[in-house]
Design a binder for this molecule. Structure first.
Ligand code: CS2
Length: 489
């Protein structure tokens, strides 16, 4: 079987249109999500309105996508998996692919280049280097600390962007930085972190003024479930294209993008490609971060503890469905002011269908990964909202307890093989925090008090106490018993 390359002709159609050679967009984070989301909207937009909107792509560290994309002239396929159909299309909008950690100067030069007009980011919650304690730039992270001391040789994402903007400020060309990550107020937050970095590294006033006046940071809500690529994805694509794609992306059919239309130097016709331009993005963000992502974490941790490998298998368990439905009704919905005209019932029904999609094979271990960073975006504010009005959010306490049990070792408790696959960069710190604690309650308390959750939430003793209780119930009687306990409370 030939490989997808410049000279092979695959059977599949190009999604939208191919981009012209000049990239007006720089993108950081070449993982599956970007390639099935922003890249697809861009390809579709180009088919409706031509423009210099190719994408110069950068991966953070991984060769997994960069090498194959280069070999394939930056093309790859998206395999859309719904319950009754499979569709494969080819995306052809990238005009470069490199690894930032290998060539930070190339990334800096690309962002500083006046012909680039938008920098899009999918760097995950972790990439923003934000402290769980203060919500500000985390200057305890070694890469951030060394970038502040030596801003001309940056390694952290925020340091790299700040360096590029410093150089760009010389030309004064406006630009937009568009965060496409699951962060509350993602545009505003990115702006604050960059300004905090510039302040800490004593940047010139001119640079700060340039960022404040000429760089736009629109908020955006992004949504499309994109599991990891597997051998099955590659085989499926091979069958339908007649060529072998080394880096295809599996994705659900559903896709949504809500954007604040505040761009400093133009944008592709994303609105014509289905993106919603709205002045209520933050409300959409909250809906998505809590109802989808927050519930997703609960499904993932309860599912992993119950030995379920995929989200669909977990969602098929009545005790998990019940826990999630209660969580949405009791703890999440009351914490959100819904966007105008938004029908929560319809949205919740569509979530249920999306989670039930067996063909996606979206792994609980994937959704459960990086919980120490992800949960901060999903739980604390909603929990504090309930607590401030005198109500204990039992289902949010259950989410935190299930995360603790899946990740942090507890004396004599084995969370099972699925939980063992969850990647958690804070595992070492969690183990350290609980090293001298020999009861589940004490271990949970140590985690809550050691900066893994914001102090404002930990200050509500009734919440911390409830998390401790539920951790103990999971350890002694299992995840099902703990769910019942939380649902009945
Ligand atoms: C998931 C998200 O892994 C996770 O934490 O909740 O990646 C989710 O699939 C996407 O945000 C869907 O848009």
């Amino acid at each position: 079987m030939p490989f997808l390359s410049a000279s092979t002709t695959p059977h599949g159609a190009i999604i939208g249109a191919s981009a012209p050679p000049t990239p007006g967009i720089v993108h950081l984070g070449l993982g599956n999500f970007h390639r099935a989301h922003c890249a697809v909207y861009t390809a579709k937009a180009l088919a409706i309105e031509a423009g210099e909107w190719g994408i110069d792509g950068f991966a953070n560290t991984s060769q997994r996508v960069v090498m194959p994309m280069r070999a394939q002239n930056y093309r790859y396929s998206v395999l859309e998996l719904s319950d009754d159909a499979t569709r494969t299309g080819i995306v052809d909008v990238h005009r470069g692919a490199a690894i930032v950690s290998d060539t930070p100067e190339a990334f800096i030069a690309s962002v500083a280049d006046p012909t680039r007009r938008i920098l899009t980011l999918t760097i995950s919650e972790l990439g923003y280097c934000r402290s769980s304690r203060t919500g500000r730039l985390d200057t305890d992270i070694p890469a951030v600390r060394s970038d502040i001391a030596d801003p001309e040789n940056p390694h952290s994402t925020i340091g790299l962007i700040a360096r590029a903007l410093t150089i760009r400020s010389l030309s004064g060309e406006p630009m937009t930085i568009l965060s496409c990550d699951n962060l509350q107020s993602n545009g505003r937050t990115t702006r604050q972190l960059i300004l905090q970095f510039l302040d800490a590294s004593r940047a010139d006033e001119d640079v700060v003024n340039f960022v404040m006046r000429r760089v736009a940071f629109p908020n955006s809500m992004v949504d499309r479930i994109t599991p990891a690529t597997t051998a099955t994805t590659i085989a499926h694509v091979e069958n339908s294209l007649g060529v072998r794609d080394r880096c295809p992306v599996p994705a659900e059919e559903f896709s949504m993008w809500v954007l604040e239309d505040k761009f400093a130097a133009g944008r592709p016709a994303w609105h014509a490609a289905g993106a919603i331009m709205s002045d209520e993005v933050e409300a959409y963000e909250l809906v998505k971060l809590r109802l989808l992502n927050g519930s997703h974490s609960l499904i993932a941790y309860l599912g992993a503890l119950d030995g379920r490998e995929t989200i669909a298998q977990a969602w098929a368990q009545p005790f998990i469905r019940q826990a999630v439905n209660e969580c949405i009704e009791r703890d999440y919905l009351p914490s959100i002011t819904l966007p105008r005209g938004f029908d929560p019932k319809e949205y919740i029904e569509s979530l249920s269908e999306r989670w039930a999609n067996k063909r996606l094979e979206h792994r609980t271990a994937q959704v459960g990964s990086d919980g120490s960073a992800k949960l901060l975006q999903r739980i604390p504010v909603a929990a504090e909202h309930a607590l401030a009005s005198g109500r204990v959010p039992h289902m949010l306490a259950l989410t935190v307890a299930a995360w603790i049990c899946a990740i942090a070792p507890q004396d004599g408790y084995d969370p099972g093989p699925v939980a063992a696959e969850i990647r958690e960069p804070a595992r070492g710190q969690l183990t350290e925090a609980t090293r001298h604690e020999h009861s589940p309650r004490r271990a949970a308390r140590a985690i809550m008090r050691n900066g893994f959750m914001p102090p404002e939430l930990v200050a509500f003793a009734e919440f911390t106490h409830r998390v401790e209780e539920l951790v103990e119930t999971i350890v002694r009687h299992g995840a099902r018993a703990a769910s019942r306990d939380a649902v009945d409370a």
